[in-house]
Every structure is written in C-alpha cells, then in structure tokens.
Design a protein around this ligand. Sequence first.
Ligand code: DAK
Length: 258
Amino acid sequence: MKKLDNIIYEKIKKVGVITLNRPKYLNALCDALIRDLNEALDDAEKDDNINVVVLKGSEKSFAAGADISEMNNKDFVDLLKRDFIMPWERLSKFKKPTIAAVSGYALGGGCEIAMMCDIIVAAENSRFGQPEINLGTIPAAGGTQRLTRSVGKSKAMEMVLSGNMITAHEAKELGLVSSVFPTEILINKALELANNIASKSLPVLIMAKEAVNRAYQLSLEEGMKSERRLFQSTFSLSDRKEGMKAFLEKRKAKFINK
Ligand code: DAK
C-alpha cells in the first residue's frame, strides 16, 4: 500500500494498527485524513491476514474533531450538494472487529469515530466530548445517536447541549468505554485485546459483530431471529467443527477462516 500523509498504517501479526497522524493539529479530521483512513480500512478489509483493526491517535489527542478550518467557509448549499457525510461512514460499515484506543482528546468527530468502533478502550488522560454546540452547530457523524444509545438520554443531552467533556472514568461508568488503563500501557493493552480477538475465526467474528450490532437496529424479537440465523450459519463452517472438536480433544483450536 502507498504511504499515506495523515495516518500510519502498520500490520502487527493479525492486527492492522491505524494511527491518526496530524499531531500539530491534535489529529483534527480533515478531508484528506478521512480519505487516508478509508484507504487503510479498504486495505485491511481485503487483507486475509488481518482479523482486527486498532485505531489510535497520539498520547495528547485521539482526534480533536473535524477540521474547523475546512468547515469554516462552507454554507448550507455546499453541504447539500456534496455528500460530505458518506466518507465518514466507512468505518461504521467495516466488517471486521475494530478497537478505538483513545488517549487524550476524543472530541466532536473524534468522539464520533471512536464510537463507530466496536470497542473503546481508554487511557486515564482521555476526555470525551461533543463540543459542536460551542461552534454554533451540532454533531453530524452520529454523535446525537450513538452517544444517546451508549450513555442514555440525560447524559447525552448534557454533553451535546453543554459541550462539556467527560473523563475516562466517567466514560467507563457510563458504558461508553469498556476499560480504562494507565496512559503509558494503553496501546499494549489494546494490542493484547486485539490479538486475543484476532486469534478467533474471522467469519465467526464477522457474524458475532453483526449479531451484536443488530441489537441497535432491530426490535428484540427481530434481533433474536437474526441472532438465531447467524448462529445456524456458523454450523456451515469448518471452524465451528474445529472449535468444538478441539474443546473435546482438550487442545487449542486451529482456525482456518473457513
Ligand atoms: N480543527 C482544526 N484545528 C484544530 C482543531 C480542530 N477541530 N482542534 C485543534 N486544532 C488546532 C488548533 O487550532 C491549534 O493549531 P495552531 O493554532 O497551533 O495552528 C492546534 O490544533 C493545537 O490546538 P490548541 O492550541 O487549541 O491546543 P490546546 O491544548 O490549547 O487545546 C483543545 C486543545 C482540544 C481543547 C482545543 O484545541 C479545542 O477546543 N479544539 C477544538 C475542539 C472542537 O471543537 N472539536 C469539534 C469540532 S466540530 C461531519 C462529520 C463530523 C463533523 C462534522 C460533519 N459530516 C460527516 C458531515 C464533526 C464536527 C466537529 O468535530
């Protein structure tokens, strides 16, 4: 893959690690960065050796939001004419599991792309917020929707209406993040989790991810139906046979992603 200007993309065993890399601007998400991120995601999705993606920023900032200097001169008609939203949705449609490893600021679009990931792990120094209200606008990449589903209406309203940030520990209590680690060990912990997940069967991971995401999209009854169908589908896989056989033979399963 060609070198990208605004991100670093590394492959570490079965994990694709994408580092947002505009440190001078606290990883503000300019159009070019979103394009680079999407190129890396396309590559990771096609790559049969990659099972999981970890998305991270710098220690000071995961991402401080969309690039305000790029949005500044746009008007309503510009936004209507150009599909400004579509490129931001790529991450939420990525099939393999994703982990956001958040250190420092995750604000506005930065908080939104973290929430597009399947799991958020956070460093003690992290701060989450939707400060768009201070700029005279509102979140546009799922902030009002994913945050509300994640932390509930009252806290989401407080964050969206006040622009106030929450700490890593508050985010953990609210269920926005799954774990909080000392800042210096965040990446190792994120990789440890990613390697654990990456050791499973990829088709089963994809089905498990789809089944959990259905909980957001469907009624309980429809969600249960979808879960049952996906569960049945795992019985068409060699990896399902191997997983159960290995358990009964008291050995570690060798998955072949088939
Ligand atoms: N955009 C552009 N530049 C930014 C930036 C941003 N969001 N955040 C920081 N920077 C730049 C600063 O301008 C500064 O640049 P220089 O002055 O050095 O050239 C540099 O990064 C360092 O920032 P500070 O000097 O401000 O650093 P501090 O440590 O003092 O403060 C801070 C850190 C994170 C508290 C502060 O930088 C800050 O408040 N930043 C803005 C946070 C913010 O309001 N974020 C929300 C942006 S609105 C959409 C999808 C998404 C969105 C919109 C549409 N579609 C799909 C349609 C999302 C919107 C947003 O995210």
